[in-house]
Design a protein around this ligand. Structure first.
Ligand SMILES: [Zn+2]
Length: 360
């Protein structure tokens, strides 16, 4: 799911400070028995195209390779299923362990990520939106990205909750800003209304909905034979990520049921065994409900990942495992997986509490 952060400078500066101060190293040597789950989407390499606006979903291969090299020599990279099995058994989690995950099911997971994972012998989980892989239609945020990125119109008028606004599309930066403003608005809408709105935006921009086969290279999905090949390696687990990638809490109950059970069934048909792992599109607290979790359990999923930051420990709920967003540098990876970010948060809380205890 796209996030299109306008700037991650503050996160980067914090990472540099934490690693530079030795805080990340100190956090790593604590005996925490906690696991950090990292989420990636696609990767890119020499695909310099101006046809994709949201590049936050496609990490440069070189950075990914350096992150993997760092993790392979400093951490224990384990499979998500092994963490789930330990949690289910009430067994201790392996200290300094990290799980790698990829969302959506991009072809670059096969072409670019897999050779690196194989080189360092790192397990990973790929969560696929089964309708995206079936090639029936692109995911809704890809349609929006392409409509805004390729339209010949100079602007788009859109009715925001506070009133109508004109989004200029004169430059690539303006098109990216328009995408950044529309994405959060669309994610808040009921799913059916949101899809109607994407149709309307495409019409207003004079753009046809793209066919999956015509998507720019970084946006393309894995094929089912590639998924089967990856699953057969024993190093890659395949999990579910719905069928059409809606925000599940914005779906009607029947649609939510269909998204979960169709995804489960398509994976079972294509892989010959039932999937056990799932990850919520968008992944925030408001993006799924208790009913979503009940449906997942009813379908047979054992665990589900969110995108709420935090480390997995003995008390983590299997159906709401916390996960960190994709690191954009080795420094950010180290600050994240070492637990340094969490250690600083805990230290701040303790410092604040002890300060408050002296106040009248
Ligand atoms: Zn996603």
């Amino acid at each position: 799911m796209p996030t299109l952060y306008p700037s991650r400078t503050s996160q980067k500066l914090k990472s540099v400070a934490l690693v530079g101060s030795g805080m990340a190293g100190l956090a790593r040597i604590r005996d925490t028995h906690e696991v950090s789950i990292l989420s990636f989407h696609g990767l890119c390499e020499g695909m310099g195209t101006d046809r994709v606006l949201d590049w936050s979903l496609h990490l440069p291969l070189e950075i990914f390779r350096r992150v993997c090299a760092f993790l392979a020599s400093n951490y224990s990279v384990v499979s998500l299923q092994s963490v789930v099995d330990r949690l289910k058994a009430g067994a201790k989690l392996e200290p300094n362990s990290v799980v790698l995950t990829f969302d959506d099911g991009y072809a670059s997971n096969y072409h670019l990520a897999w050779p690196v994972l194989r080189e360092f012998n790192l397990p990973a989980t790929i969560f696929v939106a089964t309708g995206f892989l079936d090639g029936t239609e692109p995911m809704w945020f890809q349609r929006l990205d392409l409509a805004l990125g390729t339209s010949a119109k100079p602007f788009l008028d859109w009715k925001f909750p506070h009133g109508k606004d004109r989004l200029p599309l004169g430059t690539r930066e303006k098109r990216q800003m328009a995408l950044g403003r529309l994405l959060p608005e669309l994610k808040r809408m009921p799913d059916e209304d949101m899809l109607d709105e994407i149709d309307r935006i495409e019409q207003a921009l004079g753009v046809e909905p793209p066919a999956v086969g015509a998507l720019p290279e970084p946006m393309r999905p894995l094929t089912w034979p590639q998924v089967r090949e990856l699953a057969a390696t024993g190093l890659i687990e395949i999990g579910g990520h719905t069928h059409t990638h809606p925000v599940l809490s914005r779906c009607h109950p029947e649609a939510m049921h269909g998204e979960i059970f169709t995804c489960h069934e398509r994976l079972r048909q294509e892989l010959g065994r039932a999937p056990k792992l799932f990850c919520f599109p968008n992944g925030g607290q408001a993006d799924y409900t208790a009913e979503t979790i009940a449906l997942l359990q009813g379908a047979g999923f054992e665990a589900a990942c969110t995108l709420r930051s935090g480390r997995v420990d003995q008390n983590s709920s299997l159906m709401e495992l916390p996960r960190y967003g994709s690191p954009e540098s080795v420094w950010e990876a180290e600050a994240t997986v070492s637990g340094a970010f969490e250690a600083v948060k805990a230290w701040r809380k303790t410092a604040r509490n002890s300060l408050w205890s002296f106040l009248p």
